[in-house]
Design a protein around this ligand. Structure first.
Ligand code: NAD
Length: 255
């Protein structure tokens, strides 16, 4: 899709990848609506609004206000939670709510207009954890797999009717999510250790540039770390061997 003069909504735009997405989309000529829990102050935003993505009514009100929306970037995410034995049910609800339920809510609201107009673009920020797994955080691994699954489903079901879908699956990106400790709602030490051990930590700007390119090419999988494709292929090629390798990584970062 050509982004010039398109209306693009970015969630979780107050920092990290979301903030960089706003800048990159604006540079590509889109009219960007930046949203986060608090009104984000972001360069390049034509409109900035507070939006809790787990609030379906607020999401509907925002889309009514700024629509028709051409591109929706479901980017807000949380990386809380560790082992199922140590993760309270409410935290599972929060992680699943932000990382996948919010995508379903937005798609439900956007699809009727997109199908009527015969076009629309949904970009789900998932993670390499959605194709592989996330050592140290069951809720993150599960919710990101679900986000990839939902994006796939949208693409399969509505691709022929003009709905484009991409899913962004990076490994480490230098954002508050990776830099904030578990005590402040960020990733556990085991999870960040695994992310850092897995490969290069990219800048949010590099990731945002890959997203704009991916939208231009209308590619489903946007992989700013190209090695994720190799890992994904190895997983499919020999699941047992992949699991054994991941167990070794798990042990090395838990020590
Ligand atoms: N940083 C990484 O290493 C990495 C890797 C792969 C994927 N991701 C994904 O990228 C996305 C952006 O994360 P980031 O790395 O920029 O971290 P971040 O913590 O800087 O950004 C996440 C944003 O989501 C917002 N948010 C959280 N709950 C929300 C809610 N209920 N409603 C609206 N906004 C909410 C936060 O306020 C924050 O601004 C997330 O989906 C994350 O899972 C990050």
């Amino acid at each position: 899709m050509e982004l010039r003069d398109r209306v693009a909504v970015v969630t979780g735009a107050g920092g990290g990848i979301g903030r960089a997405l706003v800048g990159a989309l604006a540079d590509a000529g889109a009219r960007v609506v930046a949203t986060d829990l608090d009104v984000p102050e972001v360069d390049g935003a034509a409109v900035a609004r507070a939006l809790d993505v787990t609030d379906a009514e607020a999401t509907a009100a925002l889309l009514d206000e700024v629509g028709p929306v051409d591109v929706y970037l479901a980017n807000a995410g949380v990386a809380a939670g560790t082992d199922p034995m140590d993760t309270p049910d409410e935290l599972w609800e929060t992680v699943l709510g932000v990382n996948v339920r919010a995508h379903i809510t937005a798609a439900k609201l956007l699809l009727p207009g997109w199908l009527e107009r015969g076009e629309g673009y949904f970009v789900a920020t998932a993670s390499a954890a959605g194709l592989l797994t996330q050592i140290g955080s069951a809720p993150y691994a599960v919710s990101k797999h679900a986000a990839v699954a939902f994006a796939e489903w949208l693409s399969v079901t509505y691709g022929a009717r003009g709905v484009r879908v991409s899913t962004l699956c990076p490994m480490g990106v230098a954002t508050p999510m990776l830099d904030t400790g578990a005590d402040e709602g960020g990733m556990s030490a085991a999870a960040t250790g695994a992310v850092r051990a897995a490969g290069e930590v990219l800048t949010p700007e590099a990731v945002a540039a890959a997203v704009v390119e991916g939208i231009g090419r209308e590619e489903f999988l946007i992989l700013p770390h190209p090695e994720v494709l190799t890992f994904f292929r190895r997983k499919a090629d020999d699941y047992e061997r992949w699991l054994a390798g991941m167990r070794r990584l798990q042990e090395s970062v838990s020590r």
